[in-house]
Design a protein around this ligand. Sequence first.
Ligand code: CTP
Length: 401
Amino acid sequence: MTKQHILLGVSGGIAAFKSASLASLMVKGGYEVQVLMTEHATRFITPLTFQSLTKRAVVVDTFLEPNPAQIAHIQLADDALAYVIAPATANVVAKLAHGFADDMVTTTALAATCPLLIAPAMNVHMLAHPAVAANLRMLEERGAIVLQPAEGLLACGYTGKGRLPEPEDIFAVLQAVLARRQDLLGLKVLVTAGPTIEEIDPVRYITNASTGKMGYAIAAAAAARGAEVVLVSGPVTLAPPEGVKLRAVRSTEDMFVEVEKHFSTADVFVAAAAPADFRPKERLAGKWKKELGTPSIEWVRTPDVLKSMGERRTSHNQTLVGFAAETEDVLANGRRKLTSKHLDLLVVNDIQEEGSGFAVDTNHVTLLKANGDIKDFATMPKTAVADALWDEILAWRHRTR
Ligand code: CTP
């Protein structure tokens, strides 16, 4: 199997015949296309139709392993640029939402980390059913791109919402998704992530609850979309994202020094780290013994990395993005930080809200812009938040140029 193909999953609905046109558009667009079908789909349209259009054998049976050196669904998923499931029946939507993997279409979907586009098509009442609506919402919240079904005369005789969008429209969304993947090409991006550690003595230190997940997702998304990324990270347990230059640091001072090295050449600086704001004035050379009583520690301020960079931005082409984890007066505090740190954009989140903040995989953020605009996002996985933020950062750069 050659690398970098589009996966087209076809499930068993009458709209399956339209997927042949979609496959044909993909092939004409220059893409390698690998079709996966459910057993039910083969009742509506034959695999031979797709095979003839794509010049590749269609995969239906999960247990058919033509190459003993590979596991088909994993290989197919790993090499995919995008996975389009069209039509997606109510049954397949439910299986995707709940992680079922009992056929090739759904099993491969679980293994795929590429963008997932789902084009549901079904009867108008089925589409409106709370179970189907909830499943589609769940998929969207996990980052899948759900194409809205079109309105019109349905095969069941009803007129209403439920038609598979035209193949040209599905293909246009696919192309937009694929184009987005390289829209940061040529951009130099600097990201900070994670907590920092300030040592009290050789065994004791203070730190905070940051896990680095948001910053790592931002760095990973930027690299995946073509940017040159330097990630200055405090101590975390995450693996460095692919294609990112990692600079591991420990204290806020270390972070400052490392950021300073890369800031002047960065087009975008995203400060997602939670650096410690205070450190003990003196680090004790030996371990403080209990017999000596409670140590009285004098605290001093650490440098504000982001604010310092805001004060020394080299050109208006530099975009500075900060984060603010707040527990009260979220927007007012955020607005103050945006101004005092000389930022273009500030991402605020209420860390006491469920599904937001440290150590969780989702985040609910609000974006404050220097021109006074505010944009609130839905609670999404941090990976989806990262992509949405890059969309906003790009839009901001284009607007202010
Ligand atoms: N930040 C930084 N260096 C610091 C502290 C914060 O670069 N020493 C950055 C963070 O990465 C974040 C932004 O500043 O992008 C806001 O951090 P936050 O801790 O919310 O703000 P503080 O200015 O530290 O304000 P406070 O803790 O008083 O709320």
